[in-house]
Design a protein. Structure first.
Length: 183
C-alpha cells in the first residue's frame, strides 16, 4: 500500500466513523484498524488527530459543495437554482446515513478548537447561495439560515419535509424581494 492509498483509506474511514459516531468518540487506534493502515504510516501521514479531522472536513467540503453546485447549476433562473438547492437537501436528508451537518457537528464537539474549514465551509456555502440566487448579501444570509435551519431540523426528524418547508420560505423570500437596480 502506498501513501496515496493509505491516505484515501484513512479519509474514507474517518468520514464514515466521525460522521456516524462523532469525532471525540472515535480514537486513532479504531481508525487505523478499520482502515487497515499501519500505525506508523497513519502518524506519518497525519501526525495528530487534529490534522486528520481537518483533512476529512476539507475533503467533505469539496465533495459536498461540488455536488450541491452541480445539482443547482442546470436551472436557468435564480429562483429555479435556489429551488434545486432545497430539492438536493431533501434528497440528502433521506439518505440512511444522514446525521446533519458534519461541520456543525464538528464545531459542536470541538468548539473554538474546530478546524478553520468549519468557518470556511459556511462562508463558501453563503457565497454559493448568493451566486445561485443572484442575491445581495442580506438575502444570501437569509438563504443560509434556511439551509442551516432545515439541516438541523432534519437531523432531529429525518425526511424531506424540513427542506420542502425551507424551500417554500426561500421562494417567498426571493419572489418578494425588489429587483436590484445598478447605479
Amino acid at each position: 500500500m502506498d501513501d496515496e492509498e493509505a491516505r484515501t483509506r484513512l479519509l474514507d474511514t474517518a468520514e464514515a466513523l466521525f460522521y456516524a459516531h462523532g469525532i471525540q468518540a472515535v480514537g486513532m487506534d479504531r481508525l487505523r484498524t478499520a482502515a487497515g493502515v499501519p500505525l506508523k504510516r497513519l502518524y506519518r501521514l497525519y501526525p495528530a488527530k487534529e490534522s486528520l479531522v481537518a483533512a476529512y472536513l476539507e475533503r467533505r467540503d469539496r465533495h459536498w459543495l461540488d455536488s450541491l453546485r452541480a445539482a443547482a447549476m442546470p436551472p436557468a433562473t435564480p429562483l429555479d437554482r435556489v429551488r434545486a438547492v432545497f430539492d438536493w437537501l431533501a434528497d440528502w436528508f433521506t439518505e440512511p446515513e444522514f446525521r446533519g451537518c458534519a461541520f456543525l457537528n464538528a464545531y459542536g464537539e470541538l468548539g473554538p478548537a474546530a478546524p478553520e474549514i468549519v468557518h470556511t465551509h459556511k462562508t463558501e456555502l453563503r457565497t454559493l447561495l448568493a451566486d445561485l440566487a443572484e442575491a445581495p448579501p442580506a438575502v444570501a444570509d437569509q438563504l443560509l439560515i434556511l439551509v442551516e435551519g432545515a439541516t438541523v431540523v432534519a437531523a432531529l426528524t429525518p425526511g424531506r419535509e424540513p427542506a420542502l418547508r425551507a424551500k417554500e420560505m426561500a421562494e417567498l423570500l426571493l419572489t418578494t424581494q425588489a429587483p436590484a437596480h445598478p447605479g
